[in-house]
Design a protein around this ligand. Structure first.
Ligand code: SAH
Ligand code: SF4
Length: 346
């Protein structure tokens, strides 16, 4: 069945025309979907009953069901495990900060990149999400937040999957969510995180995308990065950094680098120096995140002393950084971790 969020506005007009409806119905349906976040066609109160029935026979709004829902002990983080019609599971996490309501969304079921420290990487790749499946995660939470007069203010593509490995659907979902006549979230409020798919980063730069980009670097030498991130052997650090410079040149935008600090692994002064040398003078910022331990990897988070020393060394190279603590650790809000607990590895 047709997934309604897959359609552009023009495609929705076409659909309604085929159903024998005038153009203005498209505007009404679009409003219900993207500004009222309705979950059923029957809630579209200004549509004739016959049209609602035709829509119900033709398309679906939400295809996922909720398999599990968890709240962190401080109530600020909520995580939902969705089950898709073919049995796949994906996760979406809402994090409340003071004024921000940030959603961490998935772009694939599983991930093909196999990063050793990552729960999603450990489960392997199942499939790409459709545009609708990506968009629906956001509209589900938008609907939820609207009940308390809150709204989604930021999105990070840091849930399950590698967004740039599902390039077209991910970026089409971004287009849908930033549509000024629809959900209307600012492009700069959506961060895309990538493990470093070099050709895709170059394409992203060429397309002059306004959505900020974060690069999951995690190591500054190939010897170290090869151990953590298998695709480093395909696109080694030099190629990746070259693509990063290309991106900054093309867009004039600052890049973010993600670095999960793993005790005794990539938290050494040597790594900090190598990173300082790589990024010195670059328009960028580093997020340092103590590792969130996962079942399939023996590494643990760095101590506060090591984190501080690492950050101080980076500062010596003029590289700015922020230490971030992963939110919702008590509900396994790290990438891929809820699915693991509920479904188990299979
Ligand atoms: N595939 C993309 C986006 C999803 S992962 C990417 O890799 O960037 C989102 C972020 O979580 C990445 O920076 C990833 O390296 C990080 N991450 C994954 N597992 C982690 C863990 N166990 N502890 C801390 N960060 C983790
Ligand atoms: Fe995939 Fe990102 Fe996890 Fe690596 S860190 S396995 S790219 S989701």
């Amino acid at each position: 069945m047709l997934q309604i969020y897959d359609l552009t506005y023009d495609e929705l007009i076409d659909l309604l025309t085929k159903l024998g409806e005038p153009k203005f119905r498209a505007q009404q349906v679009w409003n219900w979907l993207y500004t009222k976040y309705v979950t059923e066609f029957a809630e579209m109160r200004n549509l004739p009953k016959a049209l609602i029935e035709k829509l119900e026979e033709t398309a679906v709004i939400h295809t996922a069901t909720i398999a599990s829902e968890q709240h962190s002990s401080d109530g600020q983080t909520k995580k939902v495990l969705f089950q898709l019609p073919d049995g796949q599971y994906i996760e979406t996490v809402l994090m409340r900060y003071e004024k921000r309501r940030t959603l961490c969304i998935s772009t694939q079921a599983g991930c093909a990149m196999g990063c050793v420290f990552c729960a999603t990487g450990q489960m392997g790749f199942f499939r790409n999400l459709t545009v609708s499946e990506i968009v629906a995660q956001v509209l589900y939470f938008a609907h939820d937040l609207a009940q308390t007069d809150e709204r989604v203010t930021n999105i990070v593509m840091m849930g399950m999957g590698e967004p740039l490995h599902n390039y077209n659907n991910t970026l089409t979902a971004v287009d849908r969510l930033t549509d000024e006549n629809g959900f209307n979230l600012g492009a700069r409020k959506i961060t895309i995180s990538t493990v470093g798919l070099v050709p895709a980063i170059r394409r992203y730069a060429d397309e002059q995308r306004q959505t900020p980009l974060a690069i999951s670097l995690h190591a500054a030498t190939d010897a170290e990065r090869d151990k953590l991130i298998p695709i480093n052997s395909r696109w080694p650090i030099d190629d990746l950094i070259e693509a990063c410079h290309y991106y900054i040149e093309k867009t004039g935008r600052r890049l973010t680098f993600e670095w999960a600090l793993i005790s005794g692994e990539n938290d050494t002064i040597e790594q900090a120096r190598a990173l300082g040398n790589l990024l010195h003078g670059m328009l960028c910022h580093v997020n340092l995140i103590p590792l969130n331990p996962t079942a399939g990897y023996s590494g643990g988070p760095s101590s506060k002393e090591r984190v501080d020393a690492f950050q101080a060394e980076l500062a010596n190279y003029g590289v700015s950084s922020t230490v971030r603590v992963r939110r919702g650790i008590d509900i396994q809000a790290g990438c891929g971790q809820l699915r693991d607990r509920v479904v188990g590895s299979r």
